[in-house]
Design a protein around this ligand. Structure first.
Ligand code: SAM
Length: 323
């Protein structure tokens, strides 16, 4: 059995992270995965990548592809893959400075870094990280990540490890607006894990873009995992606020058409997760109608229904498979 302690783990805490669902999810993986018949793995809304890390380290995947529409998140994956030692150096300096400061100083450091991070985004050159536009696959290891990119990723990790709840949330303008958290001794630089992640990412194709960016490479030996922003399950929840653009019902419908394309044209094995609208309205058949042709499983999950801790409770989530 694999010792979980030695495995690379997600390096960012991400809203909608699947860590708690992994054991249940595993029971729904296609048998072909265990039989070694799946060569390629695609995770197209990768976020923190809990499922990606799990699958890559437990099954014999030959080629993996990850994407997300958030350019900063994708920059982080690329910098960890290609420039881990430099990133670790900056992060450990940040950690020493932060942990040697008193609360008032830490507060100043946090808000100064948040401000710098937001200001820098306005004219940041993500192309320096090969992010936007679709580079040819053979060109996906663009080693032109700028020093600025490495520093920016250090800020992203710093903010993620020190902000309230480790939540990634931006306002309408696209600014990161989570307040400071109250952790006593946050581990800002987990160098051991960063190096493990870097190693795991060595041959992974990483691109920032819409979820259909890898379509031409998906075939019958592929497993595709789709974990889109959840459809809000109550009027007050705002789980769609991951990035600037919101993922509304029209987006969910378009994604279901893409699911069908992956199933019928690419002949891939596809898993999609989403919130279950029946948690709040037993007659809401939105996903049951959209995915009527497929297998809809309801698994129990414990997650925040909205931002108030008092509303955390047992609810079900959907897992939709085409096998
Ligand atoms: C539910 S989260 C993924 C959580 C992830 N599975 C984890 O374990 O952390 C959804 C992700 O979809 C991304 N996203 C939103 N719209 C997208 C789009 N049109 N194409 C690709 N990614 C998108 C967001 O940036 C966010 O990271």
């Amino acid at each position: 059995m694999t010792n979980n302690k030695n495995l690379a783990k997600p390096f960012l805490k991400w809203v909608g992270g699947k860590n708690q669902l992994l054991t249940q999810l595993e029971t729904f993986y296609p048998p072909e995965l265990k039989e070694g018949k799946i060569d390629q793995y695609f995770e197209l809304f990768v976020g923190g990548g809990a499922v990606f890390f799990e699958i890559m380290q437990k099954y014999p995947i030959k080629k993996a592809f990850i994407s997300d529409i958030n350019p900063d998140l994708i920059l982080a994956y690329k910098v960890i893959r290609d420039r881990a030692p430099e990133l670790i150096e900056i992060l450990s300096q940040l950690q020493t400075e932060y942990l040697n400061s008193n609360l008032e100083e830490q507060t100043n450091i946090f808000y100064q870094i948040r401000e710098n991070y937001n200001k820098q985004r306005i004219d940041f050159n993500y192309d320096g990280g090969g992010c936007w536009g679709f580079p040819s696959i053979s060109n996906h290891r663009v080693n032109n990540l700028s020093e600025e990119s490495i520093k920016r990723v250090a800020l992203i990790i710093f903010l993620n490890k020190t902000c309230f709840n480790g939540l990634y949330r931006t306002n309408k303008k696209g600014d990161f607006n989570v307040p400071m958290g109250r952790y006593k001794n946050p581990t800002i630089c987990n160098s051991d894990n960063i190096l493990k992640v870097s190693n795991l990412l060595k041959n992974v194709t990483i691109i920032s873009g819409n979820y259909d960016i890898f379509t031409q490479y998906i075939d019958s030996t592929s497993l595709v995992y789709l974990d889109p922003p959840y459809r809000p399950i109550s009027n007050t929840s705002s789980f769609t606020a991951y990035a600037k653009s919101s993922f509304n019902d029209d987006s969910q419908i378009r994604l279901s058409q893409y699911y069908q394309y992956l199933d019928q044209e690419c002949q891939a094995k596809v898993i999609l997760s989403n919130s279950d609208p029946r948690n709040t309205d037993s007659e809401d058949n939105f996903f049951d109608d959209l995915y009527a042709k497929y297998n809809i499983h309801r698994v129990s999950a414990s997650r925040m229904v909205n931002s108030q801790a008092s509303n955390r409770g047992k609810i079900t989530e959907l897992l939709i498979t085409n096998y």
